[in-house]
Design a binder for this molecule. Structure first.
Ligand SMILES: Nc1ncnc2c1ncn2[C@@H]1O[C@H](COP(=O)(O)OP(=O)(O)OP(=O)(O)O)[C@@H](O)[C@H]1O
Ligand SMILES: [Mg+2]
Length: 216
């Protein structure tokens, strides 16, 4: 069964910044797909289009075999999707790390106590228990990366969209990410310039070039 199907997608930013021309993509449920591409070719734009945060000018996006055309469609799909933004500062916004990680669970109606258990589990796994009371804004880049990823994973989304999770982090953080993602069984779409990281966690690879995606 397909998780993501994109057909004939065209997208430009205002000012005629042409990003995608006739892009097609098909990701199976359970597929672990890596995306490589030079800077400025549209990786982040693709993630924003797949989550409905940007809208296509033409072409279709289907998620779990349902066409996603309007805000209602994307809102439903977003409940099953975890998007890690390229810049953690776009993701983190609450006064403490523990509140930030718990946010999506509290939003879904879990009690603080229930949410706290999930937060503690992930903090332990990522080695960030000591950051729980800290202000996210003041964390280092690598710490922000782990906290923002914990906030994405806490709801156990069926589809993970990770935009350059390895950018700017040290080998220790890369190993934490690798260890977690190797054992993740859901569908994943991960962009990275780190080919060895993608090889270790992904089953398929795509390259973004000439305004479209090609399977490698
Ligand atoms: N809000 C915007 N308005 C206008 N142009 C934009 C906007 N956001 C991105 N772009 C342009 O769209 C193109 C694709 O940008 P995008 O950020 O998706 O690339 P990317 O592959 O993620 O790059 P990087 O590897 O540097 O993260 C670039 O030419 C960029 O300058
Ligand atoms: Mg980007």
């Amino acid at each position: 069964m397909n998780c993501i199907v994109v057909r004939n997608l065209h997208f430009s930013y205002p000012g005629n910044v042409d990003v995608f021309r006739n892009l097609n993509l098909s990701i199976d449920t359970g597929e672990r797909a890596g995306i490589t591409a030079p800077n400025g070719t549209g990786k982040s734009t693709l993630f924003l289009l797949l989550t409905g945060l940007l809208r296509t000018q033409s072409g279709t996006i289907s998620l779990w075999s349902k066409t996603a055309a309007n805000e209602k469609d994307f809102r439903e799909a977003r409940l099953r999707t975890g998007l890690l933004f390229q810049d953690p500062d776009d993701q983190l916004f609450l006064p403490t790390v523990e509140e930030d990680i718990a946010f999506a669970l509290l939003n879904r109606g879990l009690s603080r106590q229930q949410a706290g258990k999930h937060v503690d589990r992930l903090c332990e796994q990522f080695g960030i228990e000591h950051l729980k009371k800290r202000v996210p804004f003041h964390l280092s880049w690598g710490q922000k990366r782990l906290v923002s990823l914990a906030g994405v994973l806490v709801t156990e989304p069926e589809l993970l969209l990770l935009d350059e999770p390895t950018a700017g982090v040290d080998d220790n953080v890369i190993e934490i990410l690798r260890a977690y993602l190797e054992n993740h069984t859901g569908t994943m779409l991960v962009s990275s310039h780190d080919k060895s990281f993608l090889e270790s966690i992904c089953s398929t690879r795509y390259h973004l070039t000439n305004h479209r995606l090609e399977k490698c």
